[in-house]
Design a protein around this ligand. Structure first.
Ligand SMILES: C[S@@+](CC[C@H](N)C(=O)[O-])C[C@H]1O[C@@H](n2cnc3c(N)ncnc32)[C@H](O)[C@@H]1O
Length: 212
């Protein structure tokens, strides 16, 4: 189906049973939306959603929330979900800058897959691993903050390692070629495209341990 206008995309996205239209109302109690106390994992910048949907399918005892800023992208994922019934999946159409309006110390893991690299120094604060975002994430994690990142972009990857380390995260796993590691993986749309072109995928898994 060709979408005539962005407005069509917004209508389709908002009509999806997976979309939480009023996420602020669930702040601090997203577990009630899932009717269980299973861990909640969030993908920021889910794009068309292959990853977050694949993860929800693979790990039914974890609740997954996909966040995406643009309805024009999200609509493609929503359309693919029409005939599905995942009990452990919700989607939020919002900018991650507002994440603290929506969550309160209830998230276990954040996934950042092929995030926009913002290569210019003057835009560094917009990177989803900049200190600006790491401070926001502190307010939404339930326990020790846990971030998993995949990217083709080595500059973003280096910037993330620096920013996470400065902010107190320990890089538990790190790879410059995810395909050659023994790491459980669900591929994203961008990952599939980059792999097809022969690009190597960078991967990190970072935890901010509480001080003892
Ligand atoms: C390059 S795409 C990657 C999509 C998907 N994660 C993948 O790996 O195939 C990055 C996505 O992040 C979204 N995004 C970027 N900044 C965002 C923000 N602040 N809040 C929510 N989504 C954001 C973009 O709209 C875009 O769809």
């Amino acid at each position: 189906m060709r979408l005539r206008r962005v407005k069509d995309a917004l209508e389709i996205v908002e009509a999806s049973k997976y979309i939480v239209l009023n996420p602020e109302e669930y702040k601090g109690k997203f577990n009630t939306l899932f009717n269980n106390d299973n861990p909640i994992h969030v993908e920021i910048g889910m794009g068309k959603g292959d990853y977050v949907v694949g993860m929800a399918e693979k790990y039914p005892d974890i609740n997954f929330i996909g966040i995406e800023k643009y309805e024009s992208v999200m609509v493609r994922g929503v359309q693919k979900l029409e005939d599905t019934d995942y009990k452990n999946l919700k989607l939020l159409h919002m900018d991650a800058l507002n994440i603290c309006d929506v969550f309160d110390h209830e998230i276990d893991t954040i996934y950042l897959n092929f995030s926009d690299p913002w290569p210019k120094n003057k835009h560094a604060k917009r990177r989803l691993t900049s200190e600006v975002f790491l401070k926001l994430y502190d307010n939404i994690f339930k326990g020790e903050p846990h971030i998993v990142q995949k990217t083709d972009n080595i500059l973003l990857f280096a910037s993330s390692i620096e920013s996470l380390s400065k902010y107190g995260y320990t890089i538990e796993k790190c790879s410059l070629d995810l395909a050659n590691e023994d790491i459980e993986n669900v591929e994203t749309e961008y990952e599939k495209k980059f792999k097809a072109k022969g690009y190597k995928i960078n991967y990190l898994d970072a935890v901010k341990y509480s001080k003892k």
